[in-house]
Design a protein around this ligand. Structure first.
Ligand code: SF4
Ligand code: SF4
Length: 258
């Protein structure tokens, strides 16, 4: 059923580069239309006029890396009808979760003159490891069209739906020549969720997996295929997974996380 009247939305930042919330502001052609129905009552990148919940939708950007962020994301969950994980950091831990593959204590010693002042969790985590997440909008950064589409579907009273096919399907629909088969370029498209418009393969590069695992991916099989097709060593093929969504559960095992 169509949602009547205005709804309240929040955009909450955890550990992130703010690139995903910037994508919402980048939707210049649509955002004014959206704000006729949506009050962004907490969106610091938009306005310093911040009001507390409850919210109809809380978009949460960023990974959980500190005890304060655990409290924050739990409190946002408690005051929101829908919690939406926004982008690779919130859905998979993001690039900063690569530190989970080594010792946080060692990194602290190398980077900071006073490591004892740094209060951080031992592991970087997606928000779903602490709270129930209603929807995930993937990508690094998230696609602004998907955010607008998501809000439009909510306002229309629909249960938001997005395809979760592997990127190869999107790539083929665009008529691209496969860079893995034709040129031996390593590509994560067979195990990555579509949604970016097959941007990298369209420009002759292999996919880096920004949108995270597709439904039922078989990353171990892709490692074998990358060795066969692109001439990488097994370690080289595994390295290919160590980018934006390496800590997503189906990829975590491949990169030696758990
Ligand atoms: S997902 Fe990428 S663009 Fe979005 S906040 Fe994280 S690092 Fe930035
Ligand atoms: S280029 Fe990559 S995404 Fe496109 S069909 Fe080939 S393996 Fe799949």
């Amino acid at each position: 059923m169509r949602v009547e009247g205005r709804i309240k939305a929040a955009v909450i930042k955890l550990t992130s580069c703010s690139g995903c919330q910037l994508q919402i502001l980048n939707a210049e052609d649509e955002i004014l239309e959206v704000t006729k129905r949506v009050d962004f009552t907490h969106f610091l990148e938009l306005s310093s006029d911040v009001r507390s919940g409850p919210y109809d939708i809380a978009f949460v950007e960023g990974a959980v890396t500190t005890p304060e962020e655990v409290e924050l994301v739990r409190s946002v969950r408690g005051s929101s009808k829908y919690v939406v994980a926004l982008g690779a950091c919130a859905t998979a831990g993001g690039i900063q979760a690569l530190r989970n593959l080594a010792s946080t204590e060692e990194f602290k010693k190398i980077v900071y003159p006073h490591p004892e002042w740094i209060k951080t969790l031992d592991k970087v985590s997606p928000i779903s490891e602490f709270v129930r997440v209603d929807y995930e909008l993937r990508g690094c950064p998230v696609s602004k069209d998907r955010v607008i589409d998501f809000i439009t579907q909510i306002l229309a009273g629909k249960k938001p739906y997005f395809r979760r096919e592997p990127l190869c399907m999107e790539c083929k629909r665009k008529g691209n020549i496969c860079v893995l088969i034709a040129k031996g370029i390593p590509c994560l498209g067979p195990v990555t969720q579509e949604g970016c418009g097959a941007l990298c393969p369209t420009y002759g590069r292999g996919c880096y997996g920004c949108f995270g695992p597709a439904k039922d991916p078989k990353p171990e099989e892709l490692v074998k295929a990358l060795v066969r097709r692109s001439g990488l060593s097994k370690d080289g093929a595994v390295e290919r997974f160590k980018y934006f969504t390496a800590w997503a559960k189906p990829f975590r095992k491949v990169v030696g996380g758990e």
